[in-house]
Ligand binder design. Sequence first.
Ligand SMILES: Nc1ncnc2c1ncn2[C@@H]1O[C@H](COP(=O)(O)OP(=O)(O)OP(=O)(O)O)[C@@H](O)[C@H]1O
Ligand SMILES: [Mg+2]
Length: 356
Amino acid sequence: MAELTVENLHLRLGGNEILKGVGMSLERGQVVALLGPSGSGKTTLLRAVAGLEQAHAGRITLGGKPVFDAEAGVDLPAEKRNLGLVFQSYALWPHKTVFDNVAYGLKLRGTGREEMRERVQAALNQIGLGKHGERFPHQLSGGQQQRVALARALVYKPPVILLDEPLSNLDAKLREEARAWLRELIVTLHLSALCVTHDQVEAMAIADRILLLNAGVVEQEGSPQDMYGAPRSLFAAEFMGANNRIEGTVAEQRDGYAALAVAGRTEDEPLLWGRLRADRTPGGPATGIVRLESVRPADGPGPNRLALDLVTSMYLGERWEYLFHRGPLKVRAYGNEALEPGRHWLEFPADRVWVF
Ligand SMILES: Nc1ncnc2c1ncn2[C@@H]1O[C@H](COP(=O)(O)OP(=O)(O)OP(=O)(O)O)[C@@H](O)[C@H]1O
Ligand SMILES: [Mg+2]
């Protein structure tokens, strides 16, 4: 069953149309990540679901009940929507203990003392802070504070939890650990969550489905594997993953593949074949996108191989990253060893190149 649905939502802020007909659904027990560039409307959509911004058209239902319906004049206030909210600045109350911070939502809802004590303790145990209830926020690390903010949102068992960049205040290492911890918590507690992030790796790790927003419109929606492996637009292809962008003109088309004459191509260089992902006119311009991990250093010339000059090799610990140039063309790739300076052959497997 869909725990949350959004249909054709239009929302204006300060005279600008920010959401332009957004639709989505969140199934029980699922996590949907909202992904998109800065200003694409992620926070606005979350706030509209929470009842903190008012749309002017569309519908929002929670647990099958409409909480917003522009046509029917339904607009349930935020406090009646019973959602758990965790915002980017998690702002714990500095003069309340961890226990009292977490208990606040239950107190507001008139929960009895004994039940409140049990539920807060259970929530603190779940986040691994069972022994820290008497501490104050300044006596916790950043990661622990972030977990308290999550416990505060989870303790009254909201059917849907809304997270806006919940891990953004953590440094890189802590953030990776917290990501695994958050996913575990969501899975073991069977939560349904809508989670905003601008980090696509985090989105893929945490979510069952990803909704990619572009200027207030859903650009593409699907499983992390779909989004990463089968982008339907240049925007989606470039947004997910680390990519090379190869400009050229369409020299041939056959069986769903197109051959690019790469900008700056010499007479004897092979054409670059890739899967055709958009309508392109023969002879017209097109863009090839290939993920860094799909480019392979090769031992010599061959089909779909180009020769480029190595600019530098960067050591990344578990692998090397190379930067190659040839005229206007720049290509990055990964490998297992430092490469000698000079000219190298690179293979671009045709089914890993998308032509838009
Ligand atoms: N109160 C407001 N009045 C007018 N425009 C606003 C208002 N709040 C936000 N906007 C605009 O709405 C657009 C979407 O903002 P939103 O905060 O939803 O983006 P976002 O996707 O969450 O971005 P970020 O990744 O930077 O947090 C932006 O262009 C922003 O400037
Ligand atoms: Mg935002």
